[in-house]
Design a protein around this ligand. Structure first.
Ligand SMILES: Cc1cc2nc3c(=O)[nH]c(=O)nc-3n(C[C@H](O)[C@H](O)[C@H](O)COP(=O)(O)OP(=O)(O)OC[C@H]3O[C@@H](n4cnc5c(N)ncnc54)[C@H](O)[C@@H]3O)c2cc1C
Length: 572
């Protein structure tokens, strides 16, 4: 059934910040190697790095320091981050931002004296977010893509990775099985080193921000390959997703945090401000607190027409709002809302997965030949990701992965024969909906069941009974997907088929999230259980590590700083 086979030295899955940085660094470190970037969409046009609005955290300015950035990251992550990975993030972000400007051609906003402008972002003790207006991601991805196009880096576009294939003895990775989305044919790519950089993507929630091409494919493949995933219960919700009805993909997209930062008010269905009842900082509390308060208001039934709440900016002066938030005003107007002078319906929206594949500082995973970077990886952010640390994470670790894959391939890389039976089995799984009969079942109703289970029971507020119920529902949903039958046999650009594969992966990863959430019997950062509302002793912090169905709680190693301590000299 596999119609073509390709060999390459380095194979990169995904063309976001992580994938493209890895390609450029590998190319620079070892120009003699063949490098292939394979991506579900078109290179430079898909994924979430392109969607970055706010910006990139890096300690550049006088008065700031990498120690301060580190402490913000650790405290924001509620002491769950892997401290060595977090340290790498904050130190290498400085190099990457210089590389982005001085070598790759990005141009970020400047101060009148010519230095890089850095703005405030929530949860940080210093204004350190580098940006290009509110279109920072487009600047980064366009420049990265141009540089990749200018080099001899091969591209496999509209190619969907479906399974990691080990060698026959299972001891190493041989390569990756793909579906060529343009033809529906199966392609096997053998590689000496493979980077998983498919960007996570919590699109299993009814309201979500990530791009539509993301369905946790990389995480699902890693989980099926038996790799350990950590912190998977930690899913970040952004408080202000646009709520414009089920008919538009604009629903769920982010209305930026700056609206609350500038003094925007959140109102319930009665048009009353409610945040003061939940936190003294009101609308300026952190994302997790605001999202939880909003979810509670929604649960109380005091909602807007679409079942959400409102954001109101008009008290700040309509002209001022139009000037300060031009892009947001236009986005809202497209959906029939007047942000400057009226009310806009909003709802918390799933934004980012802090959890992912466990990895070493050089981006190696447990499986020889497989590396991971970006949102597919776990451990850098712990229980919460600071706004601005996401794109820093993908570019920093993408570059690390590129360097270390190049060195690894030179040192010990070899093309290894795949386990033919594993390829056949993966193809057979993909073919399931063409073989099942009779056709006629409805994917939309299955998606709705997934949304219902994840939004209601594994979302912003959780408890043991709801999580156990969700686990059962997800199991049944998986069985229903296994029985699902597609109409017809045409595989070229068969979007229903890809939707089915998306749902299979989303259900698999949803089960992992739920199992991890059941195991964590406390409340921290993004994870809140009403039956275990206490944080617990920070000194005894442990992270969840899940392999297949086994969840373990592993102690966090405080390699640089312990709870109660700080690396900031002036705070001592
Ligand atoms: C609306 C929005 C705004 C954001 N704003 C900010 C911000 O201001 N600051 C910040 O730090 N972070 C922000 N983030 C988070 C940030 O975008 C991500 O953390 C980061 O860009 C992830 O980079 P990545 O390279 O891991 O993944 P991505 O950039 O998402 O790239 C993933 C790639 O993998 C590909 N892919 C997926 N599945 C497959 C498959 N099966 N086979 C082949 N390819 C596949 C995709 O097509 C894509 O090319 C924002 C996110 C969103 C959604």
């Amino acid at each position: 059934m596999v119609t073509s086979r390709i060999d390459t030295d380095i194979l990169i899955l995904g063309s976001g910040g992580a994938g493209l940085f890895a390609a450029l660094h590998a190319c620079q470190a070892a120009p003699e190697l063949s490098i292939t970037v394979a991506v579900k969409g078109l290179l430079g046009k898909c994924g979430c790095t392109r969607m970055v609005q706010g910006g990139y955290n890096v300690a550049l300015a006088k008065g700031d320091s990498i120690e301060r950035h580190f402490m913000d990251t650790i405290e924001g992550g509620k002491w769950l981050p892997d401290q060595d990975l977090a340290w790498q993030l904050v130190t290498l972000a400085v190099e990457r931002i210089r590389e982005l400007e001085n070598e790759l051609g990005c141009f970020f906003d400047r101060n009148p004296d010519g230095s890089i402008h850095q703005k405030a972002f929530a949860g940080q003790t210093f204004d350190r977010t580098v940006h290009k207006g509110d279109l920072t991601g487009i600047e980064i991805i366009n420049r990265l893509a141009e540089q990749v196009w200018a080099r001899g880096i091969a591209r496999l576009e509209e190619q969907r990775a479906v399974e990691l294939i080990r060698t026959k003895d299972g001891a190493a990775l041989s390569g990756v099985l793909f579906v060529d989305m343009r033809t529906g044919e199966y392609v096997f790519v053998r590689a000496k080193a493979v980077l998983l950089a498919t960007g996570g993507g919590p699109t299993m929630y009814r309201y979500h921000t990530p791009s539509g091409d993301k369905s946790c494919d990389g995480l699902a493949m890693a989980w099926r390959a038996g790799l350990p995933l950590r912190d998977m219960e930690m899913v970040q919700f952004h408080p202000t997703g646009l709520l414009a009805g089920a008919h538009t993909r604009m629903t769920g997209t982010v209305l930026e945090e700056g609206l609350r930062g500038a003094g925007g008010h959140l109102l319930n269905g009665e048009r009353e401000r409610f945040m003061g009842r939940y936190d003294p900082k009101a609308e300026r509390a952190t994302r997790d607190i605001v999202s939880r308060a909003m979810f509670s208001e929604i649960k109380n039934g005091n909602t807007s027409p679409h079942g959400g709440l409102y954001i109101s900016m008009s008290h700040l002066g309509a002209d001022n709002v139009r000037k300060q938030f031009k892009g947001m005003v236009e986005r809202c107007a497209d959906c029939g809302f007047d942000l400057a002078g009226g009310l806009v319906e909003v709802v918390p929206t799933a934004h980012y997965m802090m959890g992912g594949v466990e990895f070493a500082a050089d981006c190696r995973t447990e499986l020889p030949g497989l590396f991971v970077a970006g949102e597919d990886s776990g451990g850098v952010h712990g229980a919460n990701r600071l706004g601005g640390n996401g794109v820093a994470n993908s570019t920093v670790f993408g570059a690390v992965a590129g360097d270390s894959m190049a060195a690894w391939v030179r040192r010990e890389g070899a093309l290894r024969e795949p386990d033919g039976a594993a390829i056949e089995s993966a193809v057979a799984t993909c073919e399931t909906p063409f073989k099942n009969r009779p056709a006629g079942s409805n994917l939309e109703s299955l998606r709705e069941k997934l949304f219902e289970a994840m939004w209601e029971r594994v979302g912003i507020l959780r408890d043991g009974a709801g999580l156990e119920q969700a686990l059962r529902e997800l199991g049944s949903l998986n069985d229903e997907l296994d029985r699902f039958a597609l109409d017809g046999t045409n595989r070229a650009f068969n979007l229903s088929w890809h939707d089915w594969m998306n749902l299979k992966n989303l259900v698999a990863v949803s089960r992992v999230i739920t199992a991890a959430a059941i195991a964590r019997k406390d409340s921290r950062g993004a994870h809140f259980r009403s039956d275990f509302p206490e944080t617990g002793p920070l000194d005894e912090s442990a992270f969840t590590s899940i392999r297949f169905d086994d969840v373990a709680m592993r102690p966090v190693k405080f390699t640089r700083v312990r709870p109660g301590q700080t690396l900031l000299k002036d705070a001592a």
